[in-house]
Design a protein around this ligand. Structure first.
Ligand SMILES: NC(=O)c1ccc[n+]([C@@H]2O[C@H](COP(=O)([O-])OP(=O)(O)OC[C@H]3O[C@@H](n4cnc5c(N)ncnc54)[C@H](OP(=O)(O)O)[C@@H]3O)[C@@H](O)[C@H]2O)c1
Length: 324
């Protein structure tokens, strides 16, 4: 029997509930996957609360790994038995098995486990597009990366430091500071206790950084602008503390002719070419040791409610997976 986690209405974690379903045979272009590991992502909470509107009822989740068990017509390049993963949906990953367009999946290479794929695909692809294609970092850069001990954050610390970039990372606790440092973060700032803007200026001898990667959102946005060098790039890509308030464009001039972008992974993997570029770089980085998973929380898929509670209470660090 197949089971899914469904949210029937917008709300807190308790709107999530398990449900048995019967899957159809895959139609043209689709495959059926028996899922082995599912990635938990902060965006799953935005869908659940309605911050990012989706039609209810729906099954959350954008990333998982598994094995193909059935193939629809007109699918080329995949066969039953292939181990596959997908980094960016479509929605519906919180399921023991699911149907998905073949256009959205990639094969998992030898040497990469299903759990690693589920932990690293969406978050690794995020770090890929942020640091190669949104603001392409250069060896010798010093960057500010917020929530450095989180799922995306730890991968960023590893990958940036492997590329010769000095990482300043913000974290909510001293234990998270130790974890970020162990993953390549050079300078940590506990933004629960310290003014992160002052600390960034101190670390950079008053110069500021060329880029800030900010997923914390509302609470850190203005302080992040003040960490930037003249003509620096502000990348606001998440809302852990709520969506950023609107600002007048003129503020970017006052702060030093800044660039502001609000990117989302979906626009960086929208074509098959981009999907393969992005996932290919993540797999290469896993293979050459630049990045590795740090799965610090595992929950049964049926305990998705608790997983969401812990994620939103800042109790998690590194990556989290749900096991069907
Ligand atoms: N735009 C995109 O394409 C894209 C793609 C992937 C992820 N994201 C964003 O990147 C961020 C990280 O995603 P993730 O899945 O890896 O999550 P995560 O970093 O593991 O969890 C979010 C972290 O944000 C920090 N945080 C600060 N204030 C918070 C608050 N009031 N409530 C909750 N958390 C708070 C916490 O770390 P501390 O306790 O250390 O502060 C928390 O652990 C999320 O904002 C997500 O939406 C965006």
């Amino acid at each position: 029997m197949t089971y899914i986690i469904e949210a029937t209405k917008a709300g807190g974690p308790d709107v999530l509930a398990a449900k048995d379903v019967t899957l159809e045979t895959p139609s043209a272009g689709m495959v059926k996957i028996q899922q082995t590991a599912i990635g938990l992502n902060y965006i799953d909470t935005y869908h659940r609360t309605g911050l990012y509107p989706v039609p209810f009822p729906f099954t959350p989740g954008l990333e998982a790994a598994g094995i193909i068990t059935e193939i629809g017509a007109d699918v080329t390049g995949f066969q039953v038995g292939d181990r596959v993963t997908y980094p960016a949906g479509p929605l519906g990953a919180y399921a023991s098995e699911r149907l998905i367009p073949a256009a959205n999946i990639v094969k998992i290479p030898e040497g990469v486990s299903d759990e690693d794929a589920a932990a690293l695909m969406l978050k690794g692809c995020t770090v890929e597009y942020l640091t190669y294609r949104t603001y392409p970092v250069k060896e010798g850069d010093t960057v500010l990366f917020h929530a450095a001990a989180g799922g995306v954050g730890l991968i960023a610390c590893q990958w940036l430091s492997a590329r010769g970039v000095t990482v300043i990372g913000t974290v909510g606790t001293d234990a998270k500071a130790e974890l970020a440092k162990a993953n390549g973060c050079h300078h940590t700032i506990n933004y629960s206790k310290e003014n992160f803007t002052d600390k960034v200026m101190e670390i950079t001898n008053g110069e500021g950084v060329p880029v800030v990667y900010d997923s914390v959102g509302k609470d850190t946005f203005m302080g992040s602008l003040d960490c930037l060098q003249r003509r620096g790039t502000m990348v606001t890509y998440g809302n852990a503390t709520g969506p950023v308030d609107p600002i007048p464009p003129g503020l970017l001039a006052v702060k030093g002719s800044l660039f502001l972008t609000r990117p989302t992974l979906m626009d960086y993997v929208a074509t098959r070419e981009d999907l393969e570029l992005c996932t290919g770089r993540v797999f290469s980085a896993i293979k050459d040791g630049s990045i590795k998973s740090d799965i610090r929380q595992r929950y049964a898929l049926k305990d998705a409610v608790q997983a969401h509670k812990d994620l939103e209470a800042r109790k998690t660090s590194g990556q989290t997976i749900l096991l069907p």
